[in-house]
Design a protein around this ligand. Structure first.
Ligand code: IPM
Ligand code: MG
Length: 370
C-alpha cells in the first residue's frame, strides 16, 4: 500500500490530477498493489479565503508522505510570485527537493516542430538543480539606502548575508544567486549516476564566461566530480549555446545537468521539442525525503473547467512517481498506456485530436486494465 499526498491546486490542476489518479489506480489494480490518496486543499482559492499559502501544519502533514502528486498553481486574481513562491517553491525548498528531473523525450506519433527529427533524436534527461541559484529568494527593490540581513537555510548548509546598500538611484533592485559546493555536488553526482545508467554522456550547462563566480564554482564542482566517473564522457555548454543545439542537434544529448534558472528556461524549450507543454512531466526529488511529481506546465486558468486540457504530462509525471516508489513495472505500463492513446488517436485538441481531458484518462485506464 502506497500513501500518496495530492495537491490539485488551481485552474486545470484538479482536472488533470483526477485523470492522473485514475490511471495510477488502474495500474495499481492491474499489478496488484494499493494506493491511498490524501487530498490537500492548498490552492489560490484557499489563499483568497484565508490568506494561507502552505502552512506549517500542511508541511508537517506532508512530511509523512514519500511522494506528493501535484497539479498546478497560478491564478489571475493573485499577483505574480505569491503563489509560485508561497506554494510551489515553498514545498520544493521545505523538503529540500534538490533534483528536478525533466525527461525530454519525443514519444512515437507525436508531432515536433523540429524538421526531420524523430523519437530516436529527441530522448534525453535534464537534471535541474532545484534549491539554489537565483531561486533562493534573496532580493529587494527600494529607493535610497538599506541594510539587510538575509538567510538561506537548507538541510545541508546555512548561509547568512549582510548587505549595506547606499544608492541615490531613483529605484534599485537586486537579486542574489547562490551556489554552494555542497549544493552543486549533490545534484551533479546524481546526474553522473543517471548518465552511468544511460549512454554515459553528460553535458553541464553554465554561463561561466560572464557570471564567473557563481557558475565558475558550478563548473569546478562538475570537473572534480567527473574524475570519479572516468567512463562518462563530459561536455560543457553555455546556456545560450545549448538553446541552439537543442533545436539543431537534440540527438547529441543524453543527460544534461544545469543550475536552477537555466534549467527552468531550457526545459520549456525541451517541452516544445517533445510535443508541447501538454507532454512534459517533472519530478522534484529528495532521494531521502518527500518528493513531488508534477506536469511542468501551469494552471492555464482560461481552460479551467472546460475539460479540454491535455492530462498526459500529469499522467507521465505519475509514471515517474511510480518509478520513484519502486513500482517500475507500473511506471512502464503507464507510459505505454500514454503511447497507446497517442497511437489510437485518443488525444486532446493541442495534439490535433478531439478527446476531452477525461476521455484520455478513461482510455489509458481501460487499456491498462485490459
Ligand atoms: C517550473 C515553473 C516554476 C519554476 C515557477 C512556477 C516557480 O516555471 O516549474 O518550471 O520557475 O521553477
Ligand atoms: Mg518553468
Amino acid at each position: 500500500m502506497h500513501k500518496i499526498a495530492v495537491i490539485g491546486g488551481d485552474g486545470i490542476g484538479p482536472e488533470i490530477i483526477t485523470e492522473g489518479k485514475k490511471v495510477l489506480d488502474a495500474a495499481a489494480e492491474r499489478l496488484d498493489f494499493g494506493i491511498e490518496w490524501t487530498d490537500f486543499d492548498i490552492s489560490s482559492e484557499r489563499y483568497l479565503k484565508t490568506g494561507e499559502l502552505v502552512t506549517d501544519e500542511d508541511l508537517k502533514e506532508l512530511r509523512a508522505f514519500k511522494t506528493i502528486y501535484f497539479g498546478a498553481i497560478g491564478d489571475d486574481r493573485v499577483k505574480p510570485g505569491i503563489l509560485e513562491k508561497g506554494i510551489l517553491l515553498k514545498i520544493r525548498f521545505s523538503f529540500d527537493q534538490y533534483i528536478n528531473l525533466r525527461p525530454i523525450r519525443l514519444l512515437d506519433g507525436v508531432w515536433t516542430p523540429l524538421a526531420n527529427k524523430g523519437p530516436k533524436d529527441i530522448d534525453f534527461l535534464v537534471v535541474r538543480e532545484n534549491t539554489e541559484d537565483f531561486y533562493v529568494g534573496i532580493g529587494s527593490r527600494f529607493s535610497g539606502s538599506q541594510k539587510i540581513t538575509l538567510e538561506v537555510v537548507r538541510d545541508i548548509y546555512q548561509a547568512k548575508f549582510g548587505l549595506d546598500i547606499e544608492s541615490d538611484a531613483d529605484e534599485l533592485a537586486y537579486q542574489i544567486g547562490v551556489i554552494t559546493r555542497e549544493g552543486a555536488e549533490r545534484v551533479i553526482t546524481y546526474a553522473f549516476d543517471a548518465a552511468s545508467t544511460r549512454e554515459q554522456k553528460l553535458t553541464s550547462v553554465d554561463k561561466a564566461n560572464v557570471l564567473s563566480d557563481i557558475y565558475g564554482l558550478w563548473r569546478d564542482v562538475f570537473e572534480t566530480t567527473a574524475r570519479r566517473y572516468p567512463d562518462v564522457h563530459t561536455e560543457f555548454s553555455f546556456v545560450d549555446a545549448i538553446t541552439m543545439w537543442f533545436v539543431k542537434n537534440p540527438e547529441w544529448f543524453d543527460v544534461v545537468v544545469t543550475p536552477n534558472m537555466f534549467g527552468d528556461i531550457i526545459t520549456d524549450l525541451g517541452a516544445m521539442i517533445q510535443g508541447g507543454l501538454g507532454l512534459a512531466p517533472g519530478g522534484n526529488i529528495n532521494p531521502r525525503g518527500t518528493s513531488m511529481f508534477e506536469p511542468i506546465h501551469g494552471s492555464a486558468p482560461k481552460y479551467k473547467g472546460l475539460g479540454v486540457s491535455n492530462p498526459m504530462a500529469t499522467i507521465w509525471a505519475g509514471s515517474m512517481l511510480l518509478d520513484h516508489i519502486g513500482e517500475h513495472a507500473a511506471a512502464d505500463l503507464v507510459l505505454k498506456g500514454i503511447e497507446r492513446a497517442i497511437r489510437d488517436g485518443v488525444v486532446t485538441k493541442d495534439m490535433g485530436g478531439s478527446a476531452k481531458t477525461s476521455d484520455v484518462g478513461d482510455y489509458i485506464a481501460s487499456v491498462l486494465k485490459s
